[in-house]
Ligand binder design. Sequence first.
Ligand SMILES: NC(=O)C1=CN([C@@H]2O[C@H](COP(=O)(O)OP(=O)(O)OC[C@H]3O[C@@H](n4cnc5c(N)ncnc54)[C@H](O)[C@@H]3O)[C@@H](O)[C@H]2O)C=CC1
Ligand SMILES: CCCCCC(=O)/C=C/[C@H]1[C@H](O)CC(=O)[C@@H]1CCCCCCC(=O)O
Length: 261
Amino acid sequence: MALRGKVALVTGGAQGIGCAVVESLLKNEAKVSIVDLNQEVGEKCKKQLDEQFGVGNCSFIQCDVTDAAKLQEAFQSTVDQFGRLDIVINNAGINNEKNWEKTIEVNLTSVIKGTYLGLEHMSKEHGKQGGVVINVSSMAAFFHSPHQPVYTATKHGVIGFSRAMADASEHGDYGVRINTLCPAFVDTPLLHSVELEENMGKFVKFKDDFKHRMRKFGVLTPSLVAEGMMMMITDSRLNGAVMKITCSKGIHYHTYEPLSA
Ligand SMILES: NC(=O)C1=CN([C@@H]2O[C@H](COP(=O)(O)OP(=O)(O)OC[C@H]3O[C@@H](n4cnc5c(N)ncnc54)[C@H](O)[C@@H]3O)[C@@H](O)[C@H]2O)C=CC1
Ligand SMILES: CCCCCC(=O)/C=C/[C@H]1[C@H](O)CC(=O)[C@@H]1CCCCCCC(=O)O
């Protein structure tokens, strides 16, 4: 599955799921722009990937995705450096019920902005060649919980927005596929935030329920999530798809009732 000649931008690409996806993209010969808030981790990630895949195949751009101007600059810098844009993965996300406004900004507002910026650089309505956008939601959009009310809301929103935009792209002949990824628990640093009062506020008292669900449902590896991501990137039939990844069923898709006439 060569992606030679294709260019990808991954937000939150410095660690966790994003880093696993960046590695998969590089393995398949894409060029990748890593966009992440964390300067130290991002530079370390790029150094490791340069050693593994050779210099010149990926770039790191330190950027807070909630800073609209910086995010726009990151997209433009990617196109300036690699000459085009074909794949956008809006992956950056946080889990903070105390600063819940920030959670909405990162997990939903910035996914919307990243999708629109992707269309600016990929859509046929802008004279571009087309492409694919993958927005990262969560199984929290299907199994709500008492300790992540705003995180849950943002992940519901990602699905609704992405499916509506997929329809808009089809009706508007944008040539851009827009799909959603919904992993269950994944073994990344984000998972540990549920233990912290600074993240969860008053909801931290529900952390035992969260940990019970982790034991019950299991914890995925970032590499399996990256495998699902690559499937949605390369399968040109998929637009408006909602991929679920769980320990019990692996990689599968949510099916929706067809719109009644
Ligand atoms: N870990 C899990 O159990 C699950 C995670 N997800 C989602 O997957 C996505 C990735 O999460 P993980 O890899 O687990 O988390 P992580 O915390 O390991 O990585 C997230 C990355 O996003 C970056 N980031 C955070 N805020 C940012 C901002 N404002 N601007 C730019 N970069 C920013 C961080 O620096 C970090 O490198 C998130 O959207 C998360 O909600 C979905 C389901 C399960
Ligand atoms: C706290 C940051 C990481 C959050 C990871 C995430 O998205 C968790 C979602 C759980 C939510 O908090 C409540 C749940 O039960 C969600 C996980 C649901 C997994 C269902 C698996 C079902 C199956 O295997 O059949």
